[in-house]
Write a protein that binds this ligand. Sequence first.
Ligand SMILES: Nc1nc2c(ncn2[C@@H]2O[C@H](COP(=O)(O)OP(=O)(O)O)[C@@H](O)[C@H]2O)c(=O)[nH]1
Ligand SMILES: [Mg+2]
Length: 364
Amino acid sequence: MQVTIVGLPGSGKTTVFNALTGGHAETGGYSGGRAAPNVSVVKVPDERVDRLAALFAPKKTTYADVTYVDVAIPAGAARDGTINPDALGQMRTADALLHVARAFDDPATASHADPWRDVDDLDLEFTVADLSVIEKRLEKLKTQGRHGSQAEREQAQREEELLRRVEPHLSDGRPIRSFGLTADEELLLRGYRFLTQKPVLVVLNVDEARLPEAPTLEATGRERYVQPHTDVAALAGKIEAEIAELGEDDARLFMDDLGISEPSRGRVIRLTYELLGLFSFFTAGEDECRAWTLRVGSTAVEAAGAIHSDLARGFIRAQVIGVDDLLHAGSMAEARKRGTLRQEGRDYLVKDGDVIEVLFNVGR
Ligand SMILES: Nc1nc2c(ncn2[C@@H]2O[C@H](COP(=O)(O)OP(=O)(O)O)[C@@H](O)[C@H]2O)c(=O)[nH]1
Ligand SMILES: [Mg+2]
């Protein structure tokens, strides 16, 4: 899963990136031109994996992971023109956007925080960028007509018809997220990787002094930002970036002092999973204990396919047990005796926390 951090210059993107990844990327320094994004892969903290590993003592323990990309947006870019194509490209490949807004007063410029004005500004840029993709596509269809097989031409026609309906929605300044696409329509537009179609977590980056207000800021933010597939979280990026550099004990003391119950890195991942409709299932044994990520509504055969295509192709059935039941039983054999290990077919809807063993035919 790739989460791309966006936000106006100086909103604290790189600071939040450091807080989420424990990184040391340079903050406050970027003024324009081409710049490589900061990229970091972090494992998804999951105590269920830890407990499975404690039980099986496997050779290898593998967590799910999230790739964070911190895009450099040149100062002024989002206000007086378009965001450069490199940055746009880095945003388009994201599964979700993390939109950082400055909710701290900037002592350097004495500029007051107005996070929702900033969010609206950048959202408008994204809307304009999506609109221009549609306009170019429609223009191309008009001048070049449609090519290919009959099926391809029909597909292009459906696409064009949908783009014509989405266009005025965007021209009104509304994101594709709130258009109400059907599942089929969503599929039809997937290739365009529209920015305003992506799930968004808005992160209000507050000063540590305003941390006590965080729950209120989040609640009022959610009332204001009422699009589907969006959520709002408030966090103190700068202090959390400092905490991310500390050892566990020092971090704990520091957080107790500030009244932070958990570092945001775990919470942000959870909220992103919820936004994207993701959950985890596990495989567990003496070789490896491992977390896998699926979309809500996935079946046992899709879970098998996430592990390896051979397992999906030769799928016979799955042995399934909830992670807590397995941990209580202490072994698969004991779980079988207790009757908590179930046999499930290919259409079984996998649940968060299922431990799965796939039985499959080799070479089918
Ligand atoms: N007071 C305060 N300053 C912050 C906070 N987050 C970031 N900053 C400062 O704001 C400036 C810009 O931060 P940076 O992460 O580089 O923003 P970016 O341009 O969006 O990547 C830096 O000087 C940061 O130290 C915060 O939560 N509180
Ligand atoms: Mg930056």
